[in-house]
Write a protein that binds this ligand. Sequence first.
Ligand code: ATP
Ligand code: MG
Length: 396
Amino acid sequence: MHKELNSSMKENCIVVHYSEIGTKKGNRDFFEMKLIENLRRKLKNVGVNRVYRRYGRVVCDMEEDADLDRLTYSLERTPGVSNFLFAMKGPLDIEEIKKACYALLEEENFDTFRVSTTRSYKGFSLSSQEVNEIVGEYISSKLKKKVRLKDFDVELHIEICEKEAFVGYKKFRGIGGLPVESSGKLLCSLSGGIDSPVAAFMMMKRGCSVIFVHIYNSLQVGEELLKKIRDIVEKLTEFQIRSKLYIVPFESLQKRIIASIPSRYRMIVYRRYMMRILNKLCMKEGCGGIVTGDSIAQVASQTVENLNCIFEVSSFPVFSPLIGMNKEEIVEMAKKIGTYEISIRPYPDCCSFMIAEHPETRARSEELVKLENLLDGADELVEECVEKAKIEVIEL
Ligand code: ATP
Ligand code: MG
């Protein structure tokens, strides 16, 4: 719209809306700048050349040959974005707005439409309803289409701002929440299963950046499992741009646990030692807490009593965002975020042989402490696991 309008004109920017950041009052600047920084990093290679703040929105200017499908994919995976509109940006002038709407819809195939105007700049001479009517009449007479307020084919959005107007009809929902890196750093205990990747995603959606830790028996499982773990982390990196993954060999501790701990307690003791490793890494990375994919009573180690026994050895808070979710709900979310297909790939589970026929479901702390006293040199082995950990960095 800045240039002379012609029918070949199309969307030249993306108007990004964020709902939750708007409620942050004093910290709003910080959250907005974080979102802008994340969008810049994420979209620079997919056809966006400028990202800036405008009247309570973020605007991303697109290059001419930008790929809208790829941009949609990226924006649907950017925490903090509640919705986004591919739009034409132009002057605040009703004639220009009409022309832009016409240019956008001229070659589209549809029968019914509605116009939805929002006016964040109240100084504009027309009300939202007047804009709706003027543009509605213009499009229906020029393109011979019908206005329908419900069950329409196309919704044309017009946003009236202080210096510019935005017009578009390709609007998509984001995942909302807060921009990654705005709420601190957490360590996610990542298995090869369905749950823990979803737990990591939920924390990213709340603005946390997540470092991943996978603990495994390097004598029993090999490249196939590690590939699966990396693929899961890569998928999750779509939400946070860059991820660090710790791969921790655990066989020495595992061996010692198997030698001294009765089978019914092994899983809990095993997880308590994992928790101790996670605590060391949490400290090293300056993380504020640990994320797990636990959900009450999903498996024997996840009874309230057992989880208490596992979490109590942590001096960092443990967050389990799936704690009250059913398996189907978790699966549904895993499918949405794209980790499900990777998680269900078969692989030799490094702890499947740890699963006892009759596992303890009501462990008591004192009993576990007594049992752990039988484990000679376990603290040194925890240190050794941490020292042997390998770090990988996965970037978009
Ligand atoms: P998931 O689907 O996430 O594997 P699950 O229902 O199979 O979960 P468990 O195997 O009991 O449950 O694991 C519970 C949690 O413990 C996981 O969600 C994860 O946070 C952590 N965990 C389990 N195994 C590992 C592992 N090998 N490395 C790191 N963390 C693990
Ligand atoms: Mg598991």
